[in-house]
Design a protein around this ligand. Structure first.
Ligand code: PLP
Length: 386
């Protein structure tokens, strides 16, 4: 059977998204005729200050906090580092509890801290990729300086029981950091309702610009800076503020707040149709985390005995952009630590493909993928020595 090339179909929105036209438009003046530094006292400075505060208010409205609880950073990775490193810095023999499925921005940071004498417990997950509440609760101690769990997993899309984890943390007086990078902008997130003390957000995962993010820090939470410099962002994030990116971030938050209910439903329907079609047309594949709550745009497939990378490359030749191991991990990790933690055998986990949909995807693209994917898999199966 010949497989028709599909042009350019982008199904890799968990890696990054294109900025919305409104976002780009809002940013442009702040590159050109509005050059002010928000900390300057002249009128260029004050208009930049006003724009930054408008964006802060927009993010605060999206996640249900006060604007002065937000620290702008360069993205999710920096926010995670600030929360994790900032919580243990200066403490004698601190203890951290996290999970086995965190993004490298958290787990590599924890591994790095371990080399410096910090003690870290990694709570396991069940076969659906949900963090074990029992194990998590048992790991919390009186000297635990921080608990850190992601809101939604970047590979499987599985949403973690944050409100339950927060209750365990509150009962033991442990602050809870949540890496919200794959959840914020895709599903409603309210830090009050969920009991979150710190939340990492990244604009480029929901149609904002790359290189800008934020950390929500609840009033009263003690955090140490890990970068030294000026007094920007209450001294927690020194450096001249990236005004164009912050303005674009604010616009992405404003749009997300209005768009989430409709878009989540539309993308969720596309995803469910795609998933059902793939299962029907391709024998022997598994949906990782398919039985539990996920963000609406993600499908993680395991195709036993075929390399996920081979599938991804073959699909790329046909014009489809999906990913095998997540973009952040590829190159450094051969088999997904997330899927191994869920109990998949290494040869099954190696056949993982992540499909992540977004606002611009259409039914026609889903139909084209439903033709291409089974054909690619069957061709690779014919070639496979296994
Ligand atoms: N946390 C999660 C769950 C992610 O998926 C990512 C990016 O893929 C990050 C953190 C890092 O975010 P950024 O690319 O903004 O540094």
């Amino acid at each position: 059977m010949t497989i028709r090339p599909a042009g350019r179909v982008y199904f890799d929105h968990n890696a990054t998204t294109a900025a919305r036209p409104e976002v780009v438009e809002a940013m442009i003046p702040w590159f050109t005729d509005r050059p002010g530094n928000p900390h300057s006292i002249h009128h260029f400075g004050s208009e930049a200050h006003e724009a930054v505060e408008g964006a802060r208010a927009s993010l605060a409205a999206l996640i249900g906090c006060a604007p002065d609880e937000i620290i702008f950073t360069s993205g999710g990775t920096e926010s995670d580092n600030l929360a994790v490193r900032g919580s243990v810095r200066g403490k004698a023999r601190p203890h951290v509890v996290t999970s086995m499925i965190e993004h490298p921005a958290v787990y590599a940071t924890c591994r790095d801290l371990e080399r410096g004498g910090v003690e870290v417990d990694y709570a396991p997950v069940d076969e659906d990729g949900v963090v074990s509440l029992d194990a998590f609760g048992d790991a919390l101690r009186p000297d635990t300086a921080l608990a850190s769990v992601m809101l939604a997993n970047n590979e499987t899309g599985v949403v973690q029981p944050i409100a339950d984890i927060a209750r365990l943390c509150r009962a033991r007086g442990v602050p809870l950091h949540v890496d919200g990078v794959q959840g914020v902008g895709k599903i409603p997130v309210d830090v009050e309702a969920l009991g979150i003390d710190m939340l990492s957000v990244s604009a480029h995962k929901f149609y904002g610009p790359k290189g800008i993010g934020a950390l929500y820090v609840r009033r009263g939470i003690e955090l140490e800076r890990f970068m030294t410099g000026g007094a920007q962002e209450r001294g927690l994030r020194p450096g001249t503020m990236n005004v164009p990116a912050i303005v674009g971030f604010g616009e992405a938050c404003r749009i997300a707040r209005e768009a989430i209910p409709g878009e989540a439903m539309r993308i969720g329907r596309l995803r469910d149709r795609l998933q059902a079609g793939l299962l029907e047309r391709t024998g022997g594949i598994i949906v990782n985390g398919g039985g539990v709550r996920r963000i609406p745009n993600t499908i993680s497939l395991a195709v036993p005995r075929i390399e996920g990378e081979a599938i991804t490359l073959n699909l790329a030749v046909l014009g489809f952009a999906v990913s095998s191991v997540s973009a952040c991990a590829s190159g450094s990790e051969e088999t997904s630590h997330v899927l191994l933690a869920m109990g998949l055998e290494p040869d099954v986990a190696q056949g993982a493909v992540r499909i992540s949909l977004g606002a611009q995807n259409t039914d026609d693209e889903v139909d084209a993928f439903l033709e291409a994917f089974p054909a690619v898999v069957s061709r690779l199966r014919e070639l496979s020595p296994l």
